[in-house]
Every structure is written in C-alpha cells, then in structure tokens.
Write a protein that binds this ligand. Structure first.
Ligand code: NAD
Length: 498
C-alpha cells in the first residue's frame, strides 16, 4: 500500500477504473498499480489543433519569459523529486538511487534550458553587397510531438519539453504504454508550475496522451506537428522516421544502442571493472547506453573475466526499493523471455554463459541474474540489441582490430575505451576511431550528462537531444538580407537590367 501514498501525492489515486484503460503493472511484484484511461484516437486531431492554437500565442511570449516557466518547472521537480523518483521505481523497477537520478536529470535540463532562453543566438553574416546586412535568426517552429520509451519514462520527456518550451513550441507527449502513471505525474508537476506562472501561457501548452502506437502514429502523420522526437527501438524508428519525412516533417530519432568498451593492456583494471559492472547491470541492462560488448586485449582477458565473475557473483538482485539492491527487475515477462532467447542463441553460436538465470527474487516480479557471455566472435546475436543485462566478452589482438569490432555493428550510440596509452585514447575519439555519437575515455558508456548533445549514428537514428546546440532541432532557421542602400545589386555580380 506504500504505492498509494505516492499516487495520492500526484492526485492519481482516485480516478482509477478497475476495468479498461491501460494497466500500470509494477515489475517489482507484478501488482497492478492502477488503470489509466486511454486517450481516444478520435481526440488526436482536436488535441493537435489546440496545440497549434497554443503555438500562435506562445511564440509571441519573449524567450526569457518562456524560460521562467521552465525555471518554475525545475522548482516543482525539486519539490517532487522523492515522490516522482519513487514512482519511477514502482512503475519501471529502477533502484531508488537511479529513480532519483532520473528526476535530477530533469532538474538539470530545466536549469540548462533556463539559461538557454537568453541565449538562442543567431548570427550576423558579412554580405558581399554594399549597403546590405545579413543575419540568421532562430524562430519557434510549432507543436513538437514527443514519443518516449519505457526505460527513461520521465527524463526523455523533459529533455524534449524543456528545450521545446523555451524555443517557443507547445508539446504533445505520448509516453510508453508501459509507463502511464509517471507520465501523468509529470503533467501534474507541469501544471503546478503553470499555475504559478501567470496568464501569458496559453491553454494546452503541454498535453499528454495515453495509449499505444496508433496514438503515436497520429503525431507521426500530422502536418501540424513539424517536429517529431521519437525515442525507442530501431524497429519503431524505421517506421516513424520515413513517415515523418514523407510529409516533410523533421524527425529527431533516438533509437537502440549496442555499446562497447575496449579494454587495452594498459587499462586500470580495477577502475574498468567498476565501470563495466555499473554500465552493464545498472538499470538491469535496460539503458539505451548499457554496456553490451566488451572487447578485451587477449593478454588480459582471463584476468579481467575472473574479476568480473567474482563481481557478478555478489551482485544483489531484488526489490529495487531495498537500499542494498543494485539490480532490480526487467520491465516484464516478455523482456525476461527475450533475454533467455538471446542467451540460448549465444550458446548455439559457441558462447559460454555465466549467470543469466531467471530468479524469483520477489514473488510475481520479473528478475534475472545478469549474464556474462564468453564469445568466440562477434556473432549475429552479439550484433543485435537485447534489452537485458547481458555482457558479451570478446578479444582483440591489435588496437585497429578493436576499433573495427567496435564499429562493426548496425547501431552507433555509445562507446568507450579504457587505456592509459595516450595514442590509443586520442585515436579512439578521432575521425578514424569510434563511429558513435558518444565516445568516452576511461568512463563507461552510460550515464551521460545533460550538457552534451545526446544521440547516435547509424541505426540509432542520428538525432541529438539535450545539451550543446541540440536546441536548434526545435527551431526553424531564417536567413534575412536587408538592403539599406538605394541600389539593387544582385549577388554573384549577376546583371539583370530592366
Ligand atoms: P518501443 O520502440 O517498443 O516503444 C517506444 C515508443 O514508441 C512507445 O511509446 C511506443 O508506443 C511507440 N511506438 C511503437 N511503435 C510505434 C509506431 N509505429 N508509431 C508511433 N509510435 C510507436 O521501445 P521500448 O521497448 O519502450 O524502449 C526500449 C528501446 O528504446 C531500446 O531499443 C532502447 O535502446 C531505446 N532507447 C533509446 C534511447 C536513446 O536515446 N537512443 C533512450 C531510451 C531508449
């Protein structure tokens, strides 16, 4: 019943029908936390029309004032941090510290976006014509559709929403159908900020819709949603990306990863082991940036594998609400089955599996022991992303071969090298090194800070969110030339006398 207190804190405890709607089931023990009424598909055009109306007003509000709304959102998130983090733990099964960390990420992006609201800088450009001035300006673009995955049920929304709002755009959010409660809680927190903001925010600035792929498709196909940010599997992105582009919209795709670490002979092995274990088993291997492939120099493989086996043997798997737990449940029974199928496939390709068995850690929950798999080569199973705590261990002989192995998968999200050799470190992050959107040295592949642009190449989709200049993806760029002379010279010296 502890969960009822958290639901009440977001006003979610009462409007819960016992039948119909979307069940929110806790992976901790399989208990149904609530059923959330779905958004009728027929509502989508009306919601999009309301979002367009909100856009007409919001784009006129000065950007620093828009930033004030995001500042208030950050304040409300600080207040609600414990409850929202607790709800993430309940609905997704993250350990307490990771649930709180996800909310901290939301606060961080709000802070970033507030600063950004005074820094949506354009350019002045030298004109080749006398008496002419050129400039580049960034304007609001319109309603932004945001489709998110179950594994970061709140942070990914905030990466998109905080930037979209300061950029002058309304947001329509379709969260994963597996995480409706955390989405409604975010909407409630946003409404608290809105209530304090004043009346220059239009109605329907941020809307949330509850449902499956078909609701997402309404956003994907609407010409009135110029930007569509979609986070999830490569399978989903392969459908969504081309459909958005076919109607001349702008997709921002954040899709699957298959992230590797190269461990060189000079590596600080104790530090590497800590980074490996956190990034391979943290969030039960359900981060897009989770470590899935270990490419180890053959001279140190046995030593490293021995250290990893001993670290894995003592990993506390269980109820994520317990302070001692490091590995919580997988999201559902399908995820457990996919993990077992991948381990079977790896065995059939010559892999030796350590761990990986299904555990009855809490009755009704979906738990598995993290798996280490000693692989003879980078096989087809290793090339696919299985969203579970499986770490494939392979060897290399020379550094160029290791980089080739790192790059020889379809995904391109995150990557890292552990080495004390400066040449190897610099080569890894050079043009001839990792082909990923994220490339780290002596740090694991997961746990990015919000200040950098986040995203990846190849089948990861090419989108960038969060920090750096990712905000430009939520605006339209305009180049303006002003002629303040009394002549009309043409560019490139073209003559056209009439
Ligand atoms: P998923 O693809 O099953 O679902 C993601 C979202 O897409 C859900 O909201 C779902 O309803 C929606 N969706 C599915 N089909 C759709 C369609 N045809 N049209 C519109 N919307 C559709 O993914 P998941 O299982 O929730 O999440 C895990 C995946 O997400 C992993 O592959 C992981 O790597 C990826 N992920 C990537 C990032 C990143 O930033 N690159 C971050 C988190 C998760």
């Amino acid at each position: 019943m502890q969960h009822l207190a958290i639901l009440k804190s977001f006003d979610l405890a009462t409007p819960v029908p016992t039948e119909g709607g979307f069940p929110s089931r806790s992976p901790i023990d399989g208990i149904e936390l609530a059923r959330v009424p779905g958004t009728p598909l027929s509502e989508m055009p009306k919601m999009i029309a309301r979002s367009r109306k909100a856009f007409q007003a919001w784009r006129r509000v000065p950007a620093p004032r828009r930033g004030e709304l995001v500042r208030l959102l950050g304040e409300e998130l600080r207040r609600a941090k414990a409850d929202l983090g607790g709800l993430v733990t309940l609905e997704v099964g993250k350990i307490v510290s990771e649930g709180l960390g996800e909310v901290q990420e939301m606060i961080d992006i709000c802070d970033f976006a507030v600063g950004l609201s005074r820094q949506l800088y354009g350019l002045t450009i030298a004109s080749e014509r006398p008496g002419h001035a050129m400039r580049e300006t960034w304007h609001p673009i319109g309603p932004c559709g945001v489709i998110t995955a179950f594994n970061f049920p709140v942070a990914v929304w905030s990466w998109n929403a905080a930037l979209a709002l300061v950029c002058g755009n309304p947001v329509i959010w379709k969260p994963s159908e597996k995480t409706p409660l955390t989405a409604l809680a975010c909407q409630e927190i946003f409404n608290r900020a809105l209530a304090r903001f004043g009346d220059d925010a239009p109605a329907d600035l941020v809307q949330v819709v509850i449902g499956g792929a078909e609701l997402g498709e309404s956003l994907v196909d609407s010409k009135d949603v110029p930007v569509l940010s979609a986070t999830g599997s490569t399978r989903m992105g392969a459908i969504v990306g081309p459909r958005v582009m076919a109607r001349w919209g702008r997709p921002i795709l954040e899709l699957g990863g298959n992230n590797a670490m190269i461990v060189a002979p000079s590596a600080d092995l104790d530090m590497a082991v800590r980074a490996i274990v956190f990034s391979a088993v943290g969030t039960a291997g359900q981060r897009c940036t989770s470590l899935r492939r270990l490419i180890v120099h053959r001279d140190i493989k046995e030593a490293l594998l021995a250290k990893l086996k001993s670290a894995y043997a003592s990993l506390p798997v269980g109820d994520p609400r317990e302070a001692s737990t490091l590995v919580g449940p997988l999201i559902d029974a399908d995820a457990l089955a996919a993990m077992q199928a991948a381990l079977d496939a790896a065995r059939s390709e010559g892999g030796t599996v350590y761990g990986g068995e299904v555990l009855e850690a809490v009755s009704g929950g979906t738990y598995a022991a993290p798996a280490l798999v000693d692989m003879p080569a980078q096989t087809r199973t290793v090339e696919a992303e299985t969203f579970a705590p499986i770490l494939y261990v392979m060897t290399y002989s020379d550094f160029a071969e290791a980089i080739d192995m790192q790059n020889a998968v379809p995904q391109g999200l995150s990557s890292c090298v552990f080495t004390l050799n400066l040449r190897e470190a610099e080569l890894f992050i050079s043009a001839e090194g990792s082909d990923c959107g994220l490339a780290n040295v002596n740090i694991g592949p997961s746990g990015a800070e919000i200040g950098g642009a986040f995203g990846g190449e190849k089948e990861t989709g090419g989108g960038r969110e969060s920090g750096s200049d990712a905000w430009k993806g939520y605006m339209r760029r305009q180049t303006s030339t002003v002629n303040y002379s009394d002549a009309l010279p043409l560019a490139q010296g073209v003559r056209f006398d009439v």
